[in-house]
Every structure is written in C-alpha cells, then in structure tokens.
Design a binder for this molecule. Structure first.
Ligand code: PLP
Length: 421
C-alpha cells in the first residue's frame, strides 16, 4: 500500500470561492455523527441534503398555506398558486428558459424522460425512426426508449464511450443520420462524472432534423445550465439532487413541441372542457400536469434553486472541482485503487474499485468510519459492462464538501484495504 500520507494540502483559508463553513452551517443533516464518527457525506449524486432555507420553506408552506392550486377562489389557494407558479418561474430562470409555460413539473428526471417517451416518441415514431443514445446513460434514459422500441418498432443506436469514459463524439456524429428522430444523452454521467458536450450533441441532432433531449440530473447541481444556449429541445432534472425535496423535478420543453404533443396523463387540471362525447385539453403547462401536483415540493425546489443561485454556480463549480481533484489525487496515490472515469471534463463524481474487494464491502467499512459513499451499478449497468466490473464505489461531492473530507475518504479506503488484503 502506498500514499498513506496526505498528498493534498487543504487550500489556505479564504482561498475557496465559497465560504464552505457558512454553507455547512445551513445544512443540519451534515452536523451529526454516524457510528461515533463525524459524518462525511459523499453520496450527493444519489441525493443531496437540504439547507434550512428549503426545510423551513416546506414546513412553513405546509403549516400556513397548504391549499390546492389553481382551483380555489379563497386566499390560501391563491397564496399556494402564487408560490407554486413563482417556483416555476424560478426554475425557468435557473434553466435559462424563455417562458415559464415551458417548465413542466414532474416527479423528477425519470418521469420527465418518460413524459417525452410517452407523449412524443410513442405517438410520433415508427420502424423507420432511430433514437440515438450513449453507453453512459442512466437506466432512466435507456429503458423508456426500449419500451418505445417495443411499441413502435423504432431502433436504438448506442454511441460508445472510450476508455476514459468520454462519449466518442465522432461516433455520435456517425450514428446520427436521416433516420434519427432523437438524440438523448446525459449532461453529466452519474457513474463516471464525465461532462458531455451537449451543445455539440444538440447541434449534431439538429443538423439531422432530429430532436435533442438532455438528462440534466447530475449537471444542474454543479454548473450553469442554459437551455437556450445549449439549444436542446428537452432538458430534465430532479429536485432532490439540487438540495430540494424528493418527488419533484421538471422537464423543460420547447414551446412549439410541447404544444404539438399529446397529454401525458389524463385527469383533472389538464382539461379545458369535458363532456362524455369529447374532451379538449388545457394550455401549457397544465396539459401535462394532470392531478394535484407536488405543491410543497415545487415550493421547496424554488427555494433550493434560489439558494444555489445566491451562492453562484460558477463558484460552486470551482469549489467542487477543487474537491474532486483533491479526492482524485488522494485515491490515485493508493496502489490498490483503480479510478474509473478519467475524462478530461468531469464534475463531482469519483468512481473507483479496489483490487479484490467487493465495492459493497468497501462501502460498509467506509460507513463504519462515518464516510457515506454509494456502492453498486448506479443504475448504469452498461457502464459497468464497459469497464468489466459488476459495481463500483462512488464518492460524489456537493457544494458543502471540503478538501479535508477527501482525506477522511482516503483514510477510510486505506482502512478497507488493510482489512480485506
Ligand atoms: N439520470 C441521471 C444521470 C441520474 O443520475 C439519475 C439519478 O441518479 C436519474 C437520471 C434519475 O433521477 P430520479 O431518480 O431523481 O428520477
């Protein structure tokens, strides 16, 4: 075993673009011990903790407002509607969209992608059409398209990743052609941290008159996202990965497309007029929001996005890059560790395996040391197949993580190696 000493000096006080101590004080869940050790929470790609601002906003909404939206003439309903629509506009601004009606509330990224699969692909595509996706997609950006394939006969083309875990952009360009109806890819890989060139992918799609969908689940918490600048047709993300509540997320869709699309689910809220003979549908965004939505979740998400904006996405990215580099350097210095995912542009995810030790065993030892990571296939089994492993250990970072915590990670990894070797 090598690299038992500290390989990375913590940045001198004041040099971080963020005041991380101040930020950490905002997240009550970070201030606890697990198995008698200070918690080091490095499972942010699965879900991030919530700042007081979000916790308080959700509690206050439930305590004092808690009415259904859009349907009431009374004061509480009006207040709930205002807060709900304000959160939609906050989301619009956060994504750089033009119009709040282009923001559709969903349960998260998974439902947003399924919405496009159901309301667009399943109705528009046939055996002559192709959907182009990449080898590094999360299952939620694979399985909906397989179901579209089963139901429409459309074909799937998978663009490979290279040994660093980067999408082969030449292969993407080759895969897209006159039959391509959709190019869909993650902005950031949850398994490897690779940042994809979604601008180029969108351009390639549009040059072939295809649509472009970006899965932004792992990008939105870590970097500036501007859907107009990217030019994509759809962009999906989840609230709980960006310091908001679970059960809420959004789909951005270009207005003309959303207008042409059929509804996703049917029921209350999404109608204009109902008779037993015929039903006409509501305008955007209600057409895609059947039933009572997750109102409290949307309100909480609005506050989470404001929290991120207030701290500055460029500063967050710069800080997290520093933490990721420190973690990478520390783990790379340990002989038994192999890092998977070495693309040039990465964000906030460090996947690794330890020679002859199952990732679940590593995760269990790390947990005893207070270090929370994820061990598994991360809902990306094709990525695991590509690297010839069943699972990896994944440390994933958020704005509140510190360079010092990467030392705790490395110490715990060395502990695991000592136990199992
Ligand atoms: N896409 C990516 C890249 C993800 O990392 C995840 C979750 O880990 C998802 C999609 C699915 O997100 P959710 O479970 O919040 O719908």
């Amino acid at each position: 075993m090598s690299g038992s000493g500290s390989v990375v000096e913590p940045p001198p006080p004041g040099s971080s673009p963020l005041d991380v101590d101040e930020i950490r004080a905002e997240f009550p869940a970070l201030d606890q011990q697990v198995h008698g050790r200070d918690l080091v929470y490095l499972d942010n790609a699965a879900t991030a903790h919530k700042p007081n601002r979000v916790i308080d906003a959700v509690r206050e909404h439930d305590r004092a407002t808690n009415a259904n939206v859009h349907r009431g003439v009374h004061a509480l309903s009006q207040r709930a509607t205002d807060a709900f629509e304000e959160a939609r506009d906050t989301t619009r601004a956060f994504l750089g969209a033009e119009d709040p009606e282009e923001i559709i509330w969903t349960r998260g990224t998974t439902e947003a992608i399924n919405l496009v699969a159901d309301a667009w692909a399943r109705r528009e595509l046939g055996p002559d059409d192709e959907i182009v996706l990449t080898e590094l997609e999360h299952h939620s950006n694979i399985v909906p398209w397989q179901r579209v394939r089963e139901e429409t006969g459309a074909r799937l083309r998978v663009v490979p990743i290279d040994d660093d875990g980067a999408v082969e952009m030449d292969a993407l360009e080759d895969a897209v052609g006159p039959d391509t109806a959709l190019v869909t890819l993650a902005h950031v890989s949850n398994a490897l941290g690779t940042v994809n060139d979604v601008h180029a992918a969108t351009e390639i799609a549009h040059d072939a008159d295809a649509l472009a969908l970006v899965d932004g689940a792992q990008a939105v918490p870590h970097m500036d996202v501007d859907v107009q600048d990217i030019g994509c047709d759809f962009y999906a993300f989840s609230g709980h990965k960006v310091y908001g509540p679970t059960g809420i997320g959004a789909l951005y869709g270009r207005r003309e497309l959303l207008e042409e699309m059929q509804p996703y689910q049917a029921g209350g809220e999404m109608i204009r007029q109902v008779t037993f003979e015929e039903t006409t549908y509501a305008c955007l965004p209600a057409k895609f929001e059947a039933g009572t939505p997750n109102i409290t979740g949307a309100v909480g998400l609005g506050h989470a996005l404001d929290f991120v904006t207030d701290h500055g996405r460029d500063s967050i990215r710069a800080h997290e890059d520093r933490v990721l580099s420190a973690a990478t350097e520390r783990l790379a210095a340990i002989d038994e560790v192999e890092i998977l995912g070495t693309a040039e542009d990465k964000a906030s995810v460090l996947s690794f395996v330890i020679e002859d030790v199952h990732p679940h065993d590593v995760g269990t030892v790390l947990d005893r040391e207070g270090v929370a990571i994820r061990a598994g296939h991360h809902c990306t089994q094709p990525v695991m197949d590509k690297f010839g492993v069943a699972a990896t250990c994944r440390a994933s970072f958020a704005m509140y993580n510190t360079v010092e915590e990467t030392e705790a990670l490395a110490d715990a990894v060395r502990e695991a190696i000592e136990i199992f070797h």
